[in-house]
Design a protein. Structure first.
Length: 115
């Protein structure tokens, strides 16, 4: 069994999740069960799937959970674009967050390729 806390990609996923929670606090209240919920779910799904995959026995199972995490990261990337385009995020915080999400996606892809 692997220790998910030893993976830098898990750290980055956790960091992105914390930032998403902070950023979405300022979104309109009518988005609480819409975009806010979707962004928080997608972001937390990334480190959660990495952690769950680490608890699996084989590399193939671990890889499957990393692929699911990558899908969630892709989904999150779209949600950040949507939030910016709806005017819920300014350009500077969007750019910073989008760069981190992109790095997260690339890191997941790299780990998947190595397995």
């Amino acid at each position: 069994m692997r220790d998910y806390r030893k993976y830098k990609v898990w750290d980055l996923g956790h960091e992105v999740t914390l930032e998403i929670y902070k950023v979405t606090r300022d979104f309109p209240k009518e988005e609480m069960y819409g975009l806010v919920s979707q962004m928080r779910r997608a972001s937390s799904s990334v480190p959660a799937n990495i952690a769950e995959g680490c608890g699996r026995e084989s590399d193939a199972e671990f890889k499957r959970f990393l692929i699911i995490a990558q899908g969630s990261a892709n989904e999150l990337e779209y949600f950040t674009v949507l939030a910016k385009d709806l005017g819920y995020m300014e350009e500077a915080p969007f750019s910073t967050l989008n760069d981190k999400v992109d790095k997260l996606r690339r890191s997941l892809n790299s780990l998947i390729t190595k397995l």
